[in-house]
Design a protein around this ligand. Structure first.
Ligand SMILES: CC(C)(COP(=O)(O)OP(=O)(O)OC[C@H]1O[C@@H](n2cnc3c(N)ncnc32)[C@H](O)[C@@H]1OP(=O)(O)O)[C@@H](O)C(=O)NCCC(=O)NCCS
Length: 166
């Protein structure tokens, strides 16, 4: 446990709280059915952080699994970080890092080859977190976001994920 914070699976009842944290912290928001489909299909890696003193949910992380046909006829299975956020007043306390590491451990159980994510070029805090976990910038995706901002597409081979070395 992390200083009175518990990181555990999200329940369906908590999706409304997760949506409100997303809306407070990120410009990328999703309809309720999107969260429902992620929790239905990939429940093991949909996690929340709970403040055990107040029982408040203060952060979440969610992944989905994708299969892509790469060069040749080989399918690559990817654990795609869909979204991660921590309430502002709880940021900087290692909650994001611990949630992400735990989520990555869980999503590995789906038999993936790579972790992948997109992040705004201006989001230096998140980029720093991903680099700390050994993600590399594979490419820039121009105008990925609705407002026209570019994204970095960052990846990490599962075999290079070393949670104990962080
Ligand atoms: C990104 C986010 C999830 C990080 O969570 P957090 O709990 O605040 O971060 P942590 O305390 O776990 O910090 C882990 C690492 O993140 C980076 N980081 C965190 N705060 C930082 C800051 N103020 N400045 C620079 N880097 C920072 C550092 O690499 C840090 O490791 P270090 O402490 O060893 O330097 C959080 O800032 C957040 O919710 N941001 C808004 C939503 C968002 O941008 N999500 C990502 C979308 S791609």
């Amino acid at each position: 446990m992390l200083n009175g914070i518990s990181i555990r699976r999200c329940t369906r009842d908590e999706l409304g709280i997760v949506m409100s944290i997303n809306e407070k912290t990120l410009p990328e928001n999703y309809p309720q059915f999107f969260y429902e489909s992620i929790i239905e299909r990939f429940p093991e890696s949909f996690l929340v952080a709970e403040d055990l003193q107040t029982n408040q949910i203060v952060g979440y992380v969610m992944f989905r699994i994708e299969r892509n046909l790469e060069s040749g006829l080989k399918f690559i299975k990817k654990g795609h970080l869909v979204s991660i956020a921590v309430l502002k007043e709880y940021q900087g306390r290692k909650i994001g890092e611990n949630m992400l590491i735990e989520g990555m451990k869980q999503v590995k159980n789906y038999g993936i080859d790579f972790y992948v994510l997109e992040v705004r070029l201006s989001n230096t805090i998140a980029i720093s977190l991903y680099k700390k976990l050994k993600f590399i910038i594979e490419k820039t995706i121009p105008e990925y976001y609705r407002d026209g901002e570019d994204a970095y597409y960052m990846t990490l081979k599962v075999s290079n994920f070393e949670p104990d070395g962080i």
